[in-house]
Design a protein around this ligand. Structure first.
Ligand SMILES: [Fe+2]
Length: 223
């Protein structure tokens, strides 16, 4: 992805967060120079990869297959001293913009429609070989059991949320014609390097073509 595109997406995200009166922590607004002046006191942010995260999942087509995320808090499976067992993200999903089918071995997550349009989520149980199961399953939608058929799509309107357990396949996008969705995620510790098991191989962190200076650093760029 080009840096100019990432900068533009960040600015649009800041405007959308403002529209929904969602505020980032102060360091979410820091320019890159400010990170150079910060020492080890900010290591929790660097080590746990908090902050801006924009991906096209290696598709080269962010608007059809991509996601903008900001990790607000997170623990760390690789640090024995870490006591934080939970994570939270805020995301923006565009109309028709796909996050590809995947599950997590370690992270159970609630995906929450916090406002804007409608969020569609397609569900499959995984089978013993890590494939898509042809069996029905049960999910909790805001504490209410919902039985789903294999490959069923559930739609979350603003305020609704779904609890995605370990090894439950999910793929999501925003419904066309209803606008972008502000999506929350409350979960167990998040490890984007090892715990996103995609049904079809895809990338997670984009290669960046530097065509202008960064507006804000991405979570993979602190070091
Ligand atoms: Fe997920």
């Amino acid at each position: 992805m080009k840096r100019s595109e990432i900068n533009r997406l960040m600015q649009e995200a800041l405007d959308f967060f403002d529209l929904h009166q969602f505020k980032l922590p102060p360091w979410g607004y820091y320019p890159p120079e400010k990170w150079k002046a910060l020492g080890s006191e900010a290591d929790e942010i660097r080590e746990n990869m908090l902050g801006w995260d924009i991906t096209d999942f290696g598709s080269g087509d962010f608007y059809n297959c991509g996601l903008l995320l900001f990790t607000l808090r997170n623990g760390n499976y690789h640090d024995p001293a870490n006591k934080k067992t939970y994570a939270e993200k805020i995301m923006i999903v565009r109309e028709g913009q796909m996050t590809p089918m995947h599950y997590h071995d370690l992270k159970m997550e609630d995906i929450i429609n916090r406002g804007g349009g409608n969020l569609c989520i397609q569900l499959y149980l995984s089978d013993e070989n890590g494939g898509l199961s042809d069996k029905p399953g049960v999910v909790s939608i805001d504490g209410i059991e919902h039985q789903f058929k294999p490959g069923e799509t559930v739609t979350l309107t603003p305020g609704e949320s779904i609890a995605l357990v370990h090894r439950l396949y999910h793929k999501f996008w925003a419904e066309k014609g209803k606008g972008m969705v502000l999506v929350g995620e409350v979960s167990q510790v998040n490890d984007d390097k090892t715990d996103n098991l995609f049904y079809e191989k895809c990338g997670r962190f984009p290669e960046i073509e530097e065509d202008e200076p960064p507006l804000h650093l991405l979570c993979s760029e602190y070091k």
